[in-house]
Design a protein around this ligand. Structure first.
Ligand code: ADP
Ligand code: ZN
Ligand code: ZN
Length: 743
C-alpha cells in the first residue's frame, strides 16, 4: 500500500541526508511511483521544496499527527525503476556521498523541458477531387496553390516544413488550403534527435572470424543467466566493436536493452557511427555537448522504451532502461570512467553493481586492460576472452626503440635522434604524414641523467622524486620525504643530471627549425581551448593541410589517418617517471595506442619511440604490444610495493590559503588519524605537497591512507571523517577513494 512515501529532500546538506516520511493524498496514489519528484512542505516555515520518492510504506514510522501531506507531483515527473534508487543508496555507501548527490547524478533532469512539436499536413480529399480543384482555382495566388496541390497529390501526409520547402510556398497557402477543407494541420510531439539517423548508410553483420565467433557465443550463452562480467582483451583492430554489435543484436531480439559506454564521444566518433549504421533509430546518444532538450528527450526515450541502445560516456551507465540486458564498457582502462566531481564514482564499478541488481551481463573491452581488471580476470572472477588477431588485413607496423643516451654520447643533443630525423625527412619527401607525440600526462618534474638514464627515486615508495625549484629540493609526493638536489649522477657521476621536461610549443619551434619547409599543426590544451578547435585541427590534418601534427595524448585516441605512416614518440620517459604508481601502466597504454596510429594505413607504417631508459619493461613490451609480459612485470611491482590492486587508497586533499597554517594543521591531522588508524588496519602516509602544490592561491597537501580492504577505508570515513572535518574546519578537506591520478 502506498499510504506513506519515503522521500529524500532536494537540499544538499549532510544533516538532511536521510529519509523523510510524507502522507500520500488519495488523489495522487495512482500517479506516484518510485523516482517521482514531488513538491512537499519542509521545515518550520513549510517551505515548498522538491523531493524524490524512494519507497513506500503502509504504516507511519512515527507520530501520525506530525506527518505532512505531499502537495503535488512536480512537473518534471521522472519515474524510474526501483533498482536505480537502490543503486543510489549503494553509491552513497561506496563513495561516501550524500544520497541526494547520488540521486542527482542518477537522475540528471532538474527542470522540465517542453516537448518539441512539429506540424504535420494530412490531405483530406482524394486525388481525383484535388485534381479537379486545382483546375478551377482562381485565387490571386493560384500558382502557389497549385504547386502545393500537386505536391499533395503525391504525398498524402508530410511535414509542414517539407511541403513549404519542396513546393516553394508560404504558410499562408497552407492556411488557405486548410480553410478550403483540403488539408488538416496536426500538431505532432517529436523527440529531439542529435543525429540525423536517416543519413547513415546501413550496414549488416560482418562474418565473424573464429575468435570473434567464440567471444560472441560465450557471452550470448550467458545472457539468460545471472549477471556475469566478461573481459574482452583484443588487440587494436581485432574487431571488438563487431563482437559488441552482434551480441547486442541478440539482446534486442530478446526484448532487452543495451548500454554502451565509451570514454568520450568527441574522441570516438567512429563508434557512434558504427552503431547508428547498424541499428538505426534504435540508438540513442548521450554526451555533454547536447542541449538540455536533447538530453531530456534521450533520457525519456530510454525510459519509455523508444530506443534499445544508449551510447555515451560514464554517466550513460545510469540510463533508465527498464529491462537492461547488457552493459558494455569499451576501453575500460580509460581514466574518464571515474568521475572527478562528487560522487567520485567509477562507471565500471557502478556497471557491475547494476548488473548484479538486474541480472544484466557486463562486458569490459580493451587492448590494454587496467591492472585491476586483468588481475580479477586472472583470478577467475571475470571470464577472459581474447582476440589476438587483426580482423581486417592491414600492412605491418614497424616499431623501433631508440636509445637517447647513445645519441648523446655520439654528440647529438637535439630532441630528434638521427633515426627519427631521417625518417621524418623520408616521409616529408614521399608526401606522407607524421605525428609527433609528447606523452605528457598530468604533471612531471622528475630528475634524470641523460648519460645513463638514472632516475632519482624515493627509496620508501619507489616513486621518482619531484623537483622543487624554490628550495632546490627533491620531494617524494607519496610520503613527503625530501633530499637535496643532486649535482652529479649517483650512478655514473655524470653532470648531465637535471630536471626532465619539454613542452609541445618547444617541439614546434624545433620542428620548424629543422624542417623549415614542413607544414606543422599543434594540438594541446592551449590550441584546443576554443569550441570546435579540436575538430578543426584534426579536420585540417586529415585533409592533408599539414605534414606534421604535434600533440599530447589527445592525438593518441581512436582517429583514423590513412596517410599517417610515421609516429614519433619524442620522450617516452615523460609519462614513465611522473610521480604516480600507475606511471608504467599509463606509459604502456599510451605507447600502444599512439604507435597504433601508424598502423591504420594501406601503406606500411613506422613508429619510433625515443627513450633514455629503453630497457624499462613498459617500453620494451610496447614494441610488440605484449600486454601479458607487461602485466607480469607490473603486477610484481604492485605486489612488492603494496599498491592497488593489492591495496586500496584514500586520498585526503587538504587546502588552505595560508601555507604555514596548512603545514602545521596537516601534521596535526595526520597525528589525529594515527590515533585510530592502527585499529582499522590502515597505514598513513604523508602529508606531502600535492603534485600541483598551489592552485588559485590555495596551497595543497595530501595525506594518503592505505588499507588492504576497501571496507577498512569506508569504516574510517563513516566513523571519523565528520568529526575530523569539524575539528579541522579551518582547512578544507576533500576525499577521493582509489583515485586514478595522483594528487
Ligand atoms: P578494435 O575496436 O578491436 O580496435 P575495430 O572494431 O575498430 O577493432 O575493427 C577494426 C576493423 O576491422 C574495422 O574496420 C572493422 O570494420 C573490421 N572488421 C571487424 N570485424 C571484421 C570481420 N569479421 N571481417 C572483416 N572486417 C572486420
Ligand atoms: Zn648517470
Ligand atoms: Zn616516498
Amino acid at each position: 500500500m502506498k499510504n506513506y512515501a519515503d522521500i529524500i529532500v532536494d537540499i544538499s546538506h549532510s544533516k538532511l541526508d536521510k529519509v523523510f516520511q510524507y502522507r500520500v493524498p488519495d488523489e495522487l496514489t495512482n500517479e506516484i511511483t518510485v523516482g517521482t519528484v514531488v513538491n512537499i512542505p519542509f521545515g518550520k516555515g513549510n517551505k515548498n521544496i522538491n523531493g524524490y520518492v524512494v519507497g513506500f510504506t503502509d504504516k507511519p514510522n512515527f507520530d501520525i499527527d506530525k506527518i505532512k501531506d505531499i502537495i503535488s507531483i512536480d512537473a518534471i515527473n521522472v519515474s524510474i525503476e526501483a533498482h536505480l534508487i537502490k543503486l543510489a543508496v549503494w553509491m552513497k555507501e561506496r563513495y561516501a556521498c550524500t544520497i541526494i548527490s547520488a540521486l542527482r547524478t542518477l537522475i540528471p533532469i532538474s527542470k522540465k523541458v517542453n516537448d518539441k512539436t512539429q506540424k504535420e499536413i494530412v490531405r483530406n480529399v482524394n486525388v481525383r477531387e484535388l485534381e479537379s480543384y486545382i483546375k478551377i482555382w482562381d485565387d490571386k495566388n493560384f500558382k502557389a496553390l497549385s504547386r502545393a496541390g500537386k505536391y499533395l497529390i503525391n504525398n498524402e501526409r508530410c511535414r509542414q516544413n517539407t511541403i513549404i520547402r519542396k513546393a516553394n510556398i508560404t504558410t499562408s497557402v497552407l492556411t488557405n488550403l486548410e480553410k478550403k477543407g483540403i488539408i488538416t494541420v496536426n500538431l505532432e510531439h517529436i523527440y529531439r534527435e542529435p543525429y540525423k539517423v536517416d543519413e547513415f548508410k546501413r550496414t549488416i553483420n560482418k562474418m565473424p572470424n573464429e575468435e570473434q565467433q567464440k567471444a560472441i557465443d560465450v557471452i550470448s550463452d550467458n545472457l539468460d543467466n545471472d549477471s556475469h562480467v566478461f573481459l574482452v582483451h583484443g588487440i587494436t583492430g581485432s574487431g571488438k566493436t563487431e563482437v559488441y554489435m552482434q551480441i547486442i543484436k541478440k539482446v534486442i531480439e530478446k526484448g532487452q536493452q543495451a548500454i554502451v559506454l565509451i570514454p568520450e564521444i568527441a574522441l570516438t566518433p567512429q563508434t557512434v557511427r558504427n552503431f547508428i549504421s547498424r541499428f538505426g533509430n534504435k540508438v540513442g546518444v548521450m554526451h555533454s555537448k547536447l542541449s538540455t532538450g536533447e538530453k531530456y528527450d534521450g533520457w525519456r526515450r530510454a525510459r519509455d522504451g523508444d530506443i534499445s541502445i544508449m551510447i555515451g560516456p560514464r554517466s550513460a551507465v545510469f540510463t533508465p532502461f527498464r529491462n537492461l540486458g547488457i552493459i558494455i564498457i569499451d576501453e575500460e582502462h580509460e581514466m574518464s570512467y571515474k568521475s572527478e566531481i562528487s560522487p567520485k564514482y567509477h562507471a565500471r564499478e557502478v556497471a557491475i553493481k547494476r548488473g548484479e541488481m538486474t541480472g544484466a551481463t557486463v562486458v569490459l573491452g580493451s587492448a590494454t586492460p587496467s591492472l585491476e581488471t586483468y588481475y580479477l580476470a586472472r583470478k577467475g572472477k571475470y571470464t577472459l576472452l581474447e582476440l589476438k588477431h587483426k580482423a581486417a588485413a592491414t600492412k605491418k607496423l614497424n616499431v623501433e626503440i631508440v636509445d637517447m643516451r647513445e645519441e648523446l654520447s655520439n654528440g647529438n643533443k637535439s630532441i630528434f635522434s638521427d633515426t627519427l630525423r631521417n625518417e621524418i625527412q623520408n616521409k616529408l619527401f614521399k608526401k606522407e604524414q607524421i605525428i609527433l607525440f609528447l606523452n605528457r600526462r598530468g604533471y612531471s618534474r622528475f630528475v634524470s641523467c641523460r648519460q645513463c638514464g638514472y632516475v632519482v627515486k624515493c627509496k620508501n615508495c619507489d616513486i621518482p622524486y619531484t623537483y622543487h625549484a624554490y628550495d632546490d629540493k627533491l620531494i617524494c609526493h607519496y610520503c613527503g620525504s625530501a633530499i637535496n638536489m643532486v649535482d652529479k649522477c649517483p650512478s655514473c657521476n655524470s653532470k648531465y643530471i637535471k630536471q626532465f621536461g619539454i613542452g609541445t610549443e618547444k617541439v614546434e619551434t624545433y620542428v620548424k627549425k629543422e624542417f623549415p619547409c614542413s607544414r606543422v599543426l599543434r594540438m594541446d590544451l592551449d590550441t584546443t581551448s576554443k569550441k570546435n578547435s579540436y575538430d578543426s585541427i584534426l579536420g585540417k590534418f586529415r585533409n592533408g593541410d599539414a605534414d606534421i601534427l604535434i600533440g599530447t595524448q589527445m592525438v593518441a585516441k581512436g582517429h583514423d589517418f590513412p596517410n599517417v605512416t610515421l609516429v614519433g614518440v619524442l620522450a617516452a620517459d615523460l609519462s614513465l617517471y611522473m610521480s604516480d604508481f600507475r606511471a608504467s601502466e599509463r606509459t604502456f597504454q599510451l605507447l600502444t595506442q599512439v604507435t597504433g596510429r601508424a598502423g591504420r594505413s594501406i601503406l606500411e607504417g613506422t613508429a619510433i619511440i625515443q627513450s633514455y631508459t629503453p630497457d624499462h619493461y613498459s617500453i620494451t613490451t610496447s614494441k610488440d604490444q605484449d600486454y601479458k609480459s607487461f602485466y607480469e612485470a607490473e603486477i610484481k611491482y604492485r605486489q612488492v610495493m603494496n599498491y592497488p590492486p593489492f591495496s586500496n587508497l584514500l586520498v585526503l586533499l587538504i587546502q588552505s590559503t595560508n601555507e604555514k597554517e596548512l603545514i602545521k594543521r596537516s601534521f596535526e591531522l595526520k597525528n589525529d588519524i594515527c590515533l585510530v588508524s592502527p585499529r582499522l588496519g590502515l597505514e598513513v602516509i604523508g602529508p606531502s605537497p600535492a603534485n600541483i602544490s598551489k592552485i588559485k592561491n590555495n596551497y595543497r597537501r595530501v595525506i594518503l591512507l592505505r588499507g588492504n580492504k576497501y571496507e577498512e577505508l569506508m569504516q574510517f570515513i563513516n566513523r571519523y571523517m565528520i568529526r575530523l572535518s569539524n575539528k579541522y574546519n579551518d582547512i578544507s578537506i576533500h576525499i577521493d577513494i582509489n583515485p586514478l591520478m595522483s594528487y
